[in-house]
Design a protein around this ligand. Sequence first.
Ligand code: FMN
Length: 330
Amino acid sequence: MPKIGDIQLPDFPLLLAPMEDVSDPPFRALCKEQGADVVYTEFISSEGLIRDAAKSVMKLDIYEKERPVGIQIFGAELDSMLQTVDIVEKSNPDIIDINFGCPVKKVVCKGAGAGILKDIDLMVKLTEEMVKRTKLPITVKTRLGWDHDSIRIVEVAERLQDVGCQAISIHGRTRAQMYKGNADWKPIAEVKNNQRMHIPVFGNGDVDSPERAMEMRDVYGLDGCMIGRASIGNPWFFRQVKHFFKTGEHFRPITLEERVDAARRHLQMSIDWKGEKLGVFETRRHYTNYFKGIPNFKEYRMKMVTSDDSVDVFAAFDEVLEAFSGYEFA
Ligand SMILES: Cc1cc2nc3c(=O)[nH]c(=O)nc-3n(C[C@H](O)[C@H](O)[C@H](O)COP(=O)(O)O)c2cc1C
């Protein structure tokens, strides 16, 4: 069974992917309850943290109930990244994860995120120095390469392992692909099949059904999978995958009551964490996904996403329960 440093994980763990504006403490808590084995924060800018930018600092908040939790950071400057390690350590996470995969222009143009895939020596150097700086396990999340012609992920993963990286999660796309096309898991399997690899190799990209998760385990032989988009509005995805692994059958549909309960708790946890205004505002993006499939839902959705007062949003949840009682989800 895989281990990240001293953290013992179950067989084929399911990891909640770091997702900006999504993987905040309330969402992580919901995913954890539904079986996520490791959760990661949204990515946090090392420069932002050093400047003490409020938004970056707030992202350091973690809760006991979500452990093991990894704080993900990005940056390209050695000094800044080392200072960031010191700052992050104070939040006492279980893991520090380095983002070497973000394809967004404003990150990449500073040589951070996937930008570092153009300078593998620097990627290895940053990892090595960060490993030396902390007793916490350092993990890496990256992509296959900068573009199709420069995929050297087998060699890159081995070098990262050799400097002390404790696990690697690989999104099966290049930076050039952004999110287009299908994730290719074959190169990830090649990393795993490298006889010299002994740290866990987690696959990422397009795991959107229990069958796909099983394929990643049984066909590609990876150590676990990291799940992103499939969990948005569906924190039950982790449970659905685990149920499928255990029984070979699909988990029953998630009921309306469970969905309303999740939306309600999501909102309440967000308010508790960020305050009424931000909590109400930032939870809005999740409702469409929680209630996907319900016909003629617009009227209720509008109520949820237009009011600034949580009382109205909670009332809209009650109305949904009443209006769609007995609705059966696929
Ligand atoms: C809304 C959103 C935000 C993301 N933010 C991050 C991030 O902060 N750090 C990171 O490493 N990857 C981030 N990603 C990429 C995901 O972690 C993941 O690699 C990608 O979505 C592929 O996995 P999936 O097909 O399971 O979604 C983000 C993806 C999405 C959709």
